[in-house]
Design a protein around this ligand. Structure first.
Ligand code: FE2
Length: 385
C-alpha cells in the first residue's frame, strides 16, 4: 500500500524567510497579491513590513485584515468579495492559523463560487483556487503545510472540516523571527497544538512511514523547546526549533490525520469559544492516558522523541514518564481546566451528549489507536471537569 503525500511547492525556512516573499512570488509568476491577515498583524506592523518588502520590488499589495479567530462563514465573506472584484493572482496569508485557514477558504470560494458547506468533508477539494502563499506567525497550527481548513458554520456552531489539495498552500515562508514577540499564552497554546499534531499523527491509524518520520522529527524539536519558548520568548534557538517543529507536525498530520484529541477539541471550541490550542491542551493528558493501552509502543516512542524517556526505559516506564510530562506541561504552562477558563458547569454537562456526537461525526476519533464509543467520549468529557 502506498501513501499520497501533498506538500507546498516551496518551503522557505529560517531567519528572514518572510523577506524572500518577492522572490517567491516571482518564481510562481505572481505579481498582484492580496495580503489576508488580521487586525493584530496590522497593529504589530507585520502587514506593513510585507508590503514594504514587496514595494521595493515594485509590487503593490492590498490588505484584507478582517479575518477573525476561529473563522466563520460570515467572517470570510468580505474577503471572498474583495478577491472576486479585484484582479489578484495570488493570496499572501499572514498570521496564525485563523488568517491562513480563512485565506485557504477564500481562495476556493473566490474562484469556484458556492458556499463553504459545499466544500466540507467528505467532499475532497482537488480543484486549485487562487494560489496561497502562507506566512505563519505562530508555531503553530501547521496550517501552512496542511491540506485542511476549518470554517465554523455560525448558524449551527459546526466546525466544518474541509480537505483536499485545493487547501494546500503553494508556498510557505517559515520565518521564526515573526514569532519572537508572540505572547507567552499564545506560545503555550499554539505550541501544545503543534505537539498534539505530532503525537496524534504518530499514533493515528492512518500513520505511515513518511508521516512517522516527520512526526518524530517534530517531537524532537518541540518537546525540549516548548517550556523555553514559553518562559523566554526571545530565545532564538528555541523559537527556531518550535517553528520548524510546527511545520513538520503540520506535514505529518496532513498525511496521517489527527485523532481523538482534535475530535473532542473542536466541539469545545465551537460551543464555548475556547482557542483551538487551549482546548487541545486541556484534553491531551486525559486522552493520552485513555489511548496508551491500545498503542503503548507508539506512545513510548513519543516519550523518547520528546526527550522525557530514553532507550533504557521500558515501554511502561516511558509511558508513565510521558503522562507525567503532559500533566506537568499543563501545570507549568498554566493551562486552565474548562471551569478555570470560565465555562459554566451546567452548560458544559448539558452539552456533553451533543459534543460527543459532533466529535464522532468529525471522523477524527476513528483514527485514534483506541476508538471510543459515544458513551466513552462522554465520560472523557466529564473527567475533564
Ligand atoms: Fe490543531
Amino acid at each position: 500500500m502506498s501513501s499520497q503525500i501533498i506538500l507546498p511547492r516551496i518551503l522557505q525556512v529560517g531567519a528572514g524567510a518572510s523577506e524572500e516573499l518577492p522572490n517567491v512570488l516571482a518564481s510562481l509568476n505572481c505579481s498582484r497579491p492580496l495580503i489576508i491577515t488580521d487586525k493584530m498583524m496590522v497593529e504589530l506592523g507585520y502587514a506593513e513590513s510585507l508590503k514594504a518588502c514587496l514595494l521595493q520590488r515594485s509590487i503593490s499589495a492590498d490588505v484584507f485584515s478582517d479575518t477573525v479567530p476561529e473563522p466563520t462563514v460570515g467572517s470570510i465573506q468580505a474577503g471572498v468579495e474583495q478577491v472576486r472584484n479585484g484582479d489578484y493572482d495570488c493570496i499572501v496569508a499572514l498570521g496564525g492559523g485563523s488568517p491562513i485557514d480563512s485565506a485557504k477558504a477564500i481562495s476556493i470560494l473566490a474562484r469556484f463560487g458556492g458556499v463553504m458547506s459545499d466544500y466540507k468533508f467528505p467532499r475532497i477539494v482537488n480543484e486549485s483556487g487562487i494560489p496561497v502563499i502562507a506566512v505563519p506567525t505562530t508555531a503553530g497550527t501547521g496550517s501552512e503545510a496542511t491540506r485542511f481548513t476549518i470554517i465554523t458554520d455560525e448558524t449551527s456552531d459546526e466546525k466544518m472540516l474541509c480537505v483536499g489539495i485545493g487547501f494546500m498552500p503553494v508556498a510557505a515562508l517559515v520565518d521564526y523571527n515573526l514569532t519572537l514577540t508572540v505572547p507567552a499564552r499564545t506560545t503555550a497554546d499554539t505550541g501544545i497544538d503543534a505537539l498534539t499534531h505530532a503525537m496524534e499523527s504518530y499514533v493515528s491509524q492512518k500513520a505511515n512511514l513518511y508521516s512517522d518520520s516527520q512526526a518524530l522529527a517534530a517531537m524532537r524539536l518541540l518537546g525540549p523547546n516548548l517550556r523555553t519558548s514559553y518562559k523566554d520568548g526571545t530565545n532564538k534557538p528555541a523559537r527556531e526549533a518550535m517553528m520548524l517543529g510546527s511545520t513538520l507536525a503540520g506535514i505529518a498530520f496532513s498525511a496521517a490525520s489527527v485523532a481523538l484529541v482534535h475530535g473532542m477539541s473542536r466541539p469545545i471550541g465551537a460551543a464555548f469559544h475556547v482557542p483551538h490550542g487551549l482546548s487541545n491542551a486541556m484534553l491531551l493528558p486525559t486522552i493520552t492516558e485513555f489511548s496508551i493501552p491500545s498503542a503503548p509502543e507508539r506512545y513510548a516512542d513519543c516519550a523518547r522523541a520528546m526527550g522525557v524517556a530514553d532507550e533504557t526505559d521500558t515501554t511502561d516506564s516511558a509511558n508513565q514518564k510521558l503522562l507525567k510530562e503532559l500533566y506537568a506541561l499543563n501545570e507549568e504552562l498554566q493551562v486552565p481546566t474548562p471551569g478555570g477558563f470560565g465555562i459554566d458547569r451546567a452548560k458544559f454537562f448539558e452539552l456533553i451528549p451533543t459534543m460527543a456526537q459532533q466529535a464522532l461525526a468529525s471522523g477524527s476519533p476513528g483514527n485514534n489507536p483506541r476508538v471510543p464509543t459515544a458513551q466513552q467520549i462522554a465520560v472523557l468529557y466529564e473527567n475533564l471537569w
